[in-house]
Design a protein around this ligand. Structure first.
Ligand code: AMP
Length: 208
C-alpha cells in the first residue's frame, strides 16, 4: 500500500484547546465579530464552538469543496453552497478547520467580500500549514510544510476510516491486519472493531 497518507488523530480535547486559543486571540485583538461564517463541512464544528466562546449569536454557513476522498484533492476549490444569510455592514469572522493549500478559504473570503459586503472580514483556523497560499488572521497551531499530515478530525473519523481501510484491505486482509497497517503506515491508532465497522459501512453503501 503506497498511497496511504501519514495521519494525525485529532481529539475533542484538541478542538477545545484550539478554539479556546483562537477565541483568546480574537478577544485580545478587540475583534469580536457580530457574525461568524463556518465553512462547511470542516469548519462547521469549530465555528459553532467559536460562537460559544465569543458569545456570537449569528452563525452562518458557506460551503466549499476541494478535497474529495481522504487526502486526495479534487482539482480546484469550488463554492458549492451560497452564504446562508446577509452580512452586509457587519464585522464577520470566517472559521475553518485547517488551511492546507489555502484555496478554499481564499475563495470563501473573495466571495463574502464581493457578495456579502461586511464591514470587516477576518479569518480563523485551528491549524495552518505553512505552505498555504492564504494566511488566516488567527490560527491556533502552525504545521511546518515538511511535517504535512492528514488530520483526522472527530467529524471525519468514519469518512476517513472508510477510505483508508478500503485502501489497506487488499494487503491487510482483515480488520486486525488493516488496523495494523493504519497504525504502522498512517500513524493512526484505531481499534480493529472500528475498522470492521468502517468496512461494513463501505460494503453496505457499495451494495446499494
Ligand atoms: P484547502 O483548500 O487545501 O486549504 O483545504 C480545504 C479543506 O480540506 C480544509 O478546510 C479541510 O476541511 C480539508 N483538508 C485539507 N487539507 C487537510 C489536511 N491535511 N487534513 C485534514 N483535512 C484537510
Amino acid at each position: 500500500v503506497t498511497d496511504l497518507p501519514t495521519c494525525r488523530l485529532a481529539t475533542w480535547a484538541d478542538l477545545d484547546g484550539w478554539t479556546r486559543s483562537l477565541a483568546g486571540k480574537v478577544r485580545a485583538a478587540g475583534r469580536v465579530p457580530e457574525a461568524i461564517v463556518g465553512l462547511t463541512r470542516g469548519g462547521w464544528v469549530p465555528a459553532r464552538l467559536m460562537a460559544d466562546h465569543l458569545g456570537v449569536k449569528r452563525l452562518l454557513a458557506l460551503q466549499t469543496a476541494h478535497w474529495g476522498v481522504t487526502a486526495t484533492k479534487d482539482g480546484h476549490a469550488a463554492l458549492t453552497e451560497k452564504l446562508s444569510g446577509s452580512v452586509e455592514g457587519v464585522p464577520v469572522l470566517v472559521v475553518d478547520d485547517i488551511t492546507d493549500t489555502g484555496e478554499s478559504l481564499a475563495l470563501a473570503v473573495r466571495h463574502i467580500q464581493a457578495e456579502g459586503r461586511p464591514s470587516r472580514l477576518e479569518t480563523a483556523t485551528c491549524l495552518h500549514i505553512t505552505h498555504s497560499k492564504f494566511v488566516p488572521t488567527y490560527f491556533a497551531e502552525e504545521v511546518p510544510a515538511d511535517r504535512w499530515v492528514w488530520v483526522v478530525f472527530p467529524w471525519t473519523y468514519w469518512e476517513d476510516l472508510r477510505a483508508l481501510a478500503t485502501k489497506a484491505l487488499p494487503d491487510g486482509k482483515d480488520a486486525s491486519g488493516v488496523a495494523r497497517i493504519l497504525r504502522d503506515k498512517c500513524h493512526l491508532p484505531v481499534p480493529p472493531a472500528d475498522v470492521e465497522r468502517a468496512l461494513l459501512q463501505t460494503a453496505a453503501s457499495t451494495a446499494r
